[in-house]
Design a protein around this ligand. Structure first.
Ligand code: NAD
Length: 432
């Protein structure tokens, strides 16, 4: 394996020659990536099954087809997004003209996590390529099968002068972070996010940090419990709860909580049958360490459904906990697993205070029929995204920026927001 310094130097030379700048090169790379995904979708799905027990349907929906849609959206709009934008020039400058122009940044580093190990590596990669950069990608070592497939396929499809895959864990990433990049795009937890930002600061490199945290769900008393339960369960238990924007916990009044409980039991059964351990649709916990962390959270509150697991199979049942105290272990940190606590509050005011007393979440969700409640939640809380009536779906809308705020991260991507992230908007003035 070549030294990270050599890899970065090689990519920097390629960038300096200008080979990544023509729009044809960029769209060519995106088309090759698309071919890779269509020709090797089954290989990737098999690796995702091995790493996380994802069903082929889920692997396609949330990783492979998700990335293909993002590629298609970018190919459809890239010319328009890159077009220089003229701006008015003050009369005192005479007949000058002025515009903004999108310049690629140079060599970008993308560090990906294990939970959607293909999507969360490939979507930033395609954005950085579309913006005309050379890119080093570092897959997560905690999803080793997916990492190996990506390390084999990406060099076979993409321009190896401008794209490199570096596999490995902490030592390899630490070595990479010692190099100078023009942008670092990191997805993962806030502890490592701080390490990344400190390393970037040494070179004055800008960062995008896509982090996590506890994403609350407010359920109003006017919401239909069956619909809420179906949508909540589908969003929460996807990928066994290991989704950065998964609903983390429910905030609702005691009466609504009681109405939700049997509906959540029904919704889990509708998704995974009477024995989720036997369902091919239900995923597994990434490793034993995470399994142990999660089982320690199962003692909070009262079990409504689930509550059991099997360490050898890395299986934890879809679990709903009711009567959960705000100071219980399950409420102390992002759950990142298939455990849904219900915390009761008196109503909207208390829910808003509860949310604002804690770190700014990556996503806030609410189920309510009331326009006033929607308006108040939008105006009086801060979160990376706001999902009204449907968890997770906002991140599938390519025209919406996806990213966090405060402890849930900084910067955003998807669609044209990736071009904003991976470009410098250069100010140009041309005098007559
Ligand atoms: P992880 O353990 O795979 O780590 C992410 C990356 O950081 C990996 O590539 C890993 O090699 C690297 N890394 C780990 N330790 C490092 C160190 N000391 N120095 C340098 N690099 C290091 O994934 P994770 O952090 O467990 O991911 C889960 C977290 O990520 C959750 O908090 C989740 O909410 C968040 N997340 C956020 C998003 C988002 O889009 N905002 C998406 C997925 C996950």
């Amino acid at each position: 394996m070549s030294h990270p310094a050599d890899t970065v130097a090689r990519l920097r030379v390629a960038f300096r020659t200008g080979r990544t700048k023509p729009v044809d090169w960029r769209t060519g790379q995106l088309r090759r990536l698309r071919e890779m995904l269509t020709e090797h979708g089954t290989d990737l799905a098999a690796a995702l099954r091995e790493d996380l027990g994802k069903s082929p349907a889920e692997a396609h929906r949330t990783e492979i087809d998700f990335t293909i849609r993002e590629i298609d959206h970018t190919l459809d709009h890239l010319d328009a997004w890159l077009r220089p934008e003229p701006v008015p020039v003050p009369a005192r400058l005479g007949e000058a003209s002025a515009w903004t122009q999108y310049d690629p940044l140079g060599v970008v580093l993308v560090i990906a996590p294990w939970n959607y190990p293909a999507q969360l590596l490939l979507t930033p990669l395609l954005g950085a390529l579309a913006a005309g950069n050379a890119v080093v990608v570092k897959p997560s070592e905690l999803a080793p099968a997916t990492s190996a497939v990506l390390a084999r396929l990406l060099p076979a499809y993409l321009d190896t002068e401008a794209v490199a895959v570096v596999e490995g864990g902490v030592p390899e990433t630490t070595a990479l972070l010692a190099e100078r990049f023009d942008h670092i795009f990191y997805t993962g937890n806030g502890t490592v996010g701080r390490i990344v930002m400190a390393a970037a600061a040494r070179h004055l490199t800008p960062v995008t940090l896509e982090l996590g945290g506890k994403s609350p769900v407010f359920v109003d008393r006017d919401a239909d419990p069956a619909t809420v339960a179906q949508r909540l369960a589908a969003g929460k238990f996807l990928n066994a709860g290991q989704t950065c924007v998964a609903p983390d916990y429910v905030l609702t009044d005691p009466e609504t909580a009681r109405a939700l409980e049997p509906e959540l039991v029904r919704a889990v059964e509708a998704l995974y049958g009477p024995d989720p351990a036997a369902s091919p649709e239900y995923g597994r916990i990434v490793n034993e360490r995470y399994f142990d962390r999660l089982t320690a959270l199962l003692g909070s509150g009262r079990v409504v459904t689930g509550g059991d697991g099997d360490r050898a199979a890395k299986y934890i049942a879809p679990t709903v906990l009711a009567d959960v105290a705000p100071d219980s272990p399950v409420m102390a940190e992002e759950i990142f697993g298939p455990v849904l606590p219900i915390v009761t509050v008196a109503g909207l005011d208390e829910a808003i205070d509860f949310i604002n007393d804690r770190d700014k979440p990556l996503a806030l969700y609410a189920f309510t029929e009331s326009e006033d409640t929607r308006r108040r939640l939008a105006a009086e809380t801060s979160s990376g995204g706001l999902g009204l009536g449907l968890p997770l779906a906002h991140l599938t809308v390519s025209d919406l920026p996806f990213g966090g705020v405060g402890e849930s991260g900084m910067g955003s991507y998807h669609g044209r927001w990736s071009i904003e992230t991976f470009s410098h908007r250069k100010a140009v003035l041309a005098a007559k």
